[in-house]
Every structure is written in structure tokens, then in C-alpha cells.
Write a protein that binds this ligand. Structure first.
Ligand SMILES: [Zn+2]
Length: 368
């Protein structure tokens, strides 16, 4: 009896253990079967899915990444880029594929679009800006064009003028050159044409756009002896009166100087300082603005005058009376003279105001 009971129990246990083993092996087997039949796949492109490639540029393959059931599969990726033509505009496909252990294939695609998105180049022949003299004939010097895709004969060039260039009308004209390639990329450049002012010399006296000009380049004849200009002297008086109201003393230092007077003055300076030095602050006979009767030295003939309250008042108010500070700071290369905060030139209120507001020297303003 006892033995029989024991035997039955052992069988029972054995069956239970076998059942447990069976279940475990089914679970494990099922798991591996699932991995095989339905693997977990991650497969993706590196870089852009749609890649714009500028014509003429190299395509650099960014590749793809693959993992199957968590394992690296990168070295099994096949890349087919045989249809890509980077030397022709258009859309091309690159195929990326992997073959899974169950024989199935996974595919990805990248589109390469070869485009011409580069602007053509345009270079101007000749100067920019071009300076031409008043009344001369203007000939457009032309341009050169090139492009990454188009040959130069398929490039379109449009040349437009802001207004017709009339060399008998001084000023700045603009020519715009626009080049467009066959893929509608375009590029523009502007050329300035500066027609120099009308310069008229009457009896040895130079007028630029009607304004009497004396500087290192343009002189007055020895016999030009107009004396002090009445209008200028009157305006100077009004300005000095106005300054005096604020307590500023625009003392009269010098006005009209004749050719002979300037000759003596210049020669004396040369004796004292030598010619090179003299030429930075004193005019050669015939080249002094004082000979016009339109120039005055006021306040104080002192390099620091411009920093005094009086000098500052003069600098910002002179134009209201028709004067400009003729030799501004830092413009020696243009005017020929170092800074002279005391030297004013009469131009009339309208022109003086324009020159003052332009911030330019008279030479720059007149383009001479
Ligand atoms: Zn002076």
C-alpha cells in the first residue's frame, strides 16, 4: 500500500515538472520564432530625405542606419545610387535596402534634386564709379558675365539707366546691370557715372556751376581785384552781431587781400617757415580765397579756435548767414589746407546751407 502511494506521487510531480518545462520551452521558442518572423527593425536615413544639390557641387552620401532586434545592421545596408546624375539638373533617387533574416526586404529612398541655385556673376569693365567731364561723350564700357551652369551666351543681361546720361547736366547717374541665367537666378550690380560740374573760365576766373572757385588747382589772375564783396561783408556783419548777443566775439582778423598783398605775405612766410610748410597754411599768390573778397578770417587765428564756444557757435551757425567753414578738420587732402576753423567763405544762404548739411567740403560738394 505504502509503495503504491509513493509511486503515484512521483508520477504526479514528474508530470507537473514536464508541463512546466513544456510551457517554458514554448515561451522561449515562441520568443525566438517571433524575433525571426517579426523582427524589430529600425531603419532610417542619415541626413535629409530630400537633398538639394547645387549644380557643380559634389554629393556627399550621408548614409543610413539600421538595427534589427536591437543589433547593428549597418554593414548590411545596400545603397544603389546608380541613377544619380549630378551633372544634369533633375530629380534622382537613391535606394537603401536591407534584407532581414526572414528574407524580407526593407527599403528607403532619398531624393536628390540637382538644382541650379547659384547666381550668375557680372563684372563691370571700366571704372566704377566712372568720372567723366562735363560735355564729353559717354561710352558705356561694358561688362563680363559668367555662370556655374549657363554658357555666357544663354545669360540674359538687362542694362537700365535711372535717367538718360546727359553729360551737359552734371551729377551722378546710375546704371543697373542685371544678369539672369536660364534657371532664373539673377544678380545685379550698379555703376555710377559722375558727370563733373560745368567749369567755365572767364577772364582767368574759374566758375564751377556758376560758383567762383579758388583753391590750389584754380587760381585768380593778378589783376582780379574786386575788393570786399558787399553782400558778403554785410552778412558777416549780421552774423557777428548775432554772435555778440550770446557773448561770442567773432573778431574780424582778415578779409579781402589783393594779389600783391598775398605775394608779400606768402614770400614772408616762405622766408620764415620754408615753402613746404608755408603751403599747408598759406596760399600762393592768385590761389588765396581772400582775393575773391568772399573769404574772411574771424574769431581767432588759432588751431584751437574750433574747440572754443565761439568757434563752435560759428561752425553750426555760419551757413545761416551764407558762410561755410572752408577748410574743415581732416580734409587737408581735399582742400589742400589744414583745418582753419576761423576761415569762412561766403556762398549765399541757400548754397551754404546745402553744403553745410551735406557735411562735405566745397570741392567734394561740387565734385571737383
Ligand atoms: Zn583765411
Amino acid at each position: 500500500m505504502e509503495k503504491e502511494k509513493k509511486g503515484k506521487k512521483i508520477w504526479k510531480y514528474l508530470i507537473i515538472i514536464l508541463l512546466i518545462l513544456l510551457v517554458i520551452s514554448l515561451i522561449i521558442g515562441g520568443y525566438f520564432l517571433k524575433l525571426y518572423l517579426y523582427p524589430t527593425v529600425s531603419f532610417s536615413l542619415k541626413g535629409e530625405e530630400k537633398y538639394l544639390l547645387s549644380y557643380g557641387d559634389k554629393y556627399e552620401e550621408a548614409g543610413a542606419e539600421a538595427k534589427v532586434n536591437g543589433k547593428d545592421y549597418n554593414n548590411k545596408i545596400k545603397i544603389d545610387d546608380s541613377k544619380v546624375k549630378i551633372d544634369e539638373l533633375g530629380e534622382y533617387k537613391i535606394n537603401y535596402s536591407i534584407t532581414l533574416p526572414n528574407g524580407k526586404q526593407e527599403n528607403l529612398e532619398r531624393i536628390i534634386k540637382v538644382v541650379d541655385d547659384i547666381k550668375p556673376e557680372i563684372k563691370l569693365k571700366g571704372d566704377n564709379p566712372i568720372k567723366i567731364s562735363y560735355g564729353s561723350t559717354f561710352t558705356e564700357p561694358g561688362y563680363e558675365v559668367s555662370d556655374n551652369y549657363d554658357e555666357s551666351d544663354t545669360l540674359k543681361v538687362e542694362v537700365t539707366y535711372d535717367r538718360t546720361i546727359n553729360t551737359k547736366e552734371s551729377g551722378t547717374y546710375q546704371i543697373t546691370y542685371t544678369v539672369t541665367d536660364s534657371n532664373h537666378n539673377s544678380n545685379s550690380i550698379v555703376r555710377e557715372v559722375i558727370v563733373s560740374p560745368r567749369i567755365v573760365v572767364i577772364n582767368g576766373i574759374t566758375y564751377v556751376e556758376g560758383i567762383l572757385i579758388v583753391n590750389k588747382k584754380y587760381s585768380l589772375p593778378a589783376n582780379y581785384n574786386p575788393g570786399e564783396n558787399k553782400e558778403a561783408a554785410n552778412q558777416l556783419y549780421l552774423m557777428r552781431m548775432e554772435a555778440a548777443k550770446y557773448g561770442y566775439d567773432l573778431r574780424y582778423c582778415s578779409g579781402f587781400r589783393s594779389y600783391n598783398y598775398q605775394t608779400n605775405l606768402y614770400n614772408n612766410y616762405v622766408k620764415k617757415y620754408g615753402q613746404a610748410m608755408t603751403d599747408t597754411f598759406s596760399a600762393k599768390p592768385g590761389h588765396s580765397e581772400h582775393q575773391t573778397g568772399l573769404a574772411f578770417d574771424i574769431g581767432a587765428i588759432d588751431d584751437n579756435f574750433g574747440d572754443t564756444e565761439t568757434g563752435k557757435w560759428l561752425a553750426i551757425n555760419a551757413h545761416k548767414y551764407g558762410f561755410i567753414i572752408r577748410y574743415p578738420k581732416g580734409k587737408q587732402d581735399v582742400t589742400g589746407y589744414k583745418y582753419e576753423p576761423w576761415h569762412v567763405r561766403y556762398l549765399g544762404v541757400e548754397l551754404a546751407t546745402k553744403v553745410y548739411k551735406s557735411g562735405l567740403t566745397l570741392e567734394e560738394y561740387l565734385n571737383i
